[in-house]
Ligand binder design. Structure first.
Ligand SMILES: *Cc1c(COP(=O)(O)O)cnc(C)c1O
Length: 425
């Protein structure tokens, strides 16, 4: 191994530092392998139960009537998430679209949306109308209430109770922290919140933004009472193979509402050609539990490496994981940039490109992004990004195989080491 790493320009000191940490993490990695096994069998069971066949890999064109592979895949998703129904489509363009679809199809003018656990993901601000935007829920007369977490990051049960009223129709909970500094919620925590809300208003629709959370635990939010779980196929459940797409799994009525909105009233789930993507949707879903396990191990490795070097990491080196995102705070611009350049240099695609901070629409500072992915924008593949401003935090996630994430992290260390930005004891 040392010699191979040497060929890649990794210093012995960097390799040794990394290997020592990996050794200590072995017992923890075993637990993650067990999780992957449980979720792998969950996926296989759903595929077998629904008689997934060679014919399911073929796609349809045109209207997409009687698309066996598409309809079977939706049954497979429904079984995995233990829901009545599912909508899994190439026509759902991304995670934001899936979430917007779930919201817009299940809310009507005069209804109110409640976020009981703080601000939702950035892109949803425009969907909801928190930031003025054309076509927002607000424009359609749907109001919005938000209850922030308490200072200790607990749910504000009193505030939530006060916020629920006769107009409250849908409650949106985000599992992963996304780009916030709060911890991600465990499925059990989400379950507690759901029970509390149901105790006040049983008929309310509860949606969970499941992005980055799929297969990071044995249970999914739909196992603890969520009416809808929503996510992107170029994150966890696409396993790195799905080239696009999104999903909504949930109660039959909720999913059908989404289908009528995605296609058209009267048509719903009956149309929507799958073209040639089904094989990748199936195979990606099949690989997803082990891909997620690789990403989890990589995130834990990174947390341990950078915490030991004295940087602030969320989650920390010991915490349990509820998503695949790892944040590292550098408090230094050069260190942050070196980290991202290391990730890029370790990529199978575009390794020769050097990421630089750049102005991006919608951001109030330069942003740096490192990604050398087979699927453009895929964040289940190894990637890192962050706004280039105080406190210079990098959000890093993904990795289709553990050897790749491990190499990526080692490469970040090497880059920092070469530039005299860290000292290794
Ligand atoms: C990525 C993400 C989204 C949005 O997904 P896109 O595919 O980027 O539109 C929404 N919520 C969370 C928590 C996410 O991580």
């Amino acid at each position: 191994m040392r010699n191979i790493y040497k060929d890649f320009g990794i210093d012995d000191k960097v390799a040794e530092f990394s290997e020592n940490i990996i050794k200590e993490l072995k017992p923890r990695f075993e637990i993650i392998d067990e999780l992957a096994e449980i979720n792998q069998l969950k996926v296989i069971s759903a595929m077998q139960k629904n008689n997934v066949s060679e014919a399911c890999m073929l796609g349809t064109t045109g209207y997409g009537y009687n698309d066996l592979g598409r309809d079977t895949l939706e049954k497979v998703y429904a079984d995995i998430f233990h829901t009545e129904d599912a909508l899994v489509r190439a026509q759902i363009t991304c995670g934001t679209h899936a979430l917007a679809l779930a919201l817009m199809s299940n809310l009507r003018p005069g209804d109110e949306l409640l976020a009981p656990a703080g601000k939702p993901y950035d892109t949803l601000e425009e969907v909801i109308g928190i930031r003025e935007s054309r076509g927002s829920l607000k424009e359609y007369g749907i109001s919005y209430k938000q209850v922030d977490l308490l200072n200790n990051k607990d749910f504000d049960y009193e505030g939530i109770k006060n916020a629920i009223n006769e107009k409250t129709k849908l409650v949106a909970i985000q599992r992963s922290k996304g780009y916030q500094t709060r911890p991600s919620f465990s499925v059990d925590q989400i379950g507690e919140l759901i029970s509390f809300i149901r105790g006040i208003k049983p008929e309310v629709i509860i949606m969970v933004d499941n992005c980055y959370g799929e297969f990071t635990e044995e249970k999914e939010p739909s196992d603890v009472g969520a009416d809808m779980v929503v996510g992107s196929l170029i994150k966890n459940p696409g396993g790195g193979l799905a080239p696009l797409g999104g999903y909504i799994c949930g109660k039959k009525e909720c999913v059908e509402n989404a289908a009528y909105r995605l296609t058209s009233p009267g048509l719903g789930k009956e149309v929507g050609a799958s073209l040639g993507v089904l094989k990748d949707f199936y195979q990606g879903l099949f690989l997803s539990p082990t891909v997620v396990a690789s990403a989890l191990k990589g995130a834990i490795f990174a947390a341990n490496v950078y915490e030991r070097l004295g940087f602030f990491v969320i989650p920390d080196s010991k915490e349990e994981r509820h998503d695949i995102i790892q944040a590292v705070t550098f408090n230094d611009k050069d260190k942050m940039i070196a980290f991202c350049q290391g990730i890029q240099a370790a990529s199978p695609v575009d390794s020769f490109v050097n990421p630089e901070p750049w102005a991006m629409p919608g951001y109030d500072s330069d942003v740096i992004m490192a990604a050398g992915a087979f699927i453009s924008g895929s964040s289940i593949e190894l990637s890192a990004d962050g706004p280039v401003k105080e406190p210079y935090s990098v959000y890093f996630q993904g990795g289709l195989t553990f050897p790749h994430v491990k190499f990526g992290i080692i490469k970040t260390l090497q880059t920092l080491y070469e530039r005299n930005l860290i000292t290794l004891k």
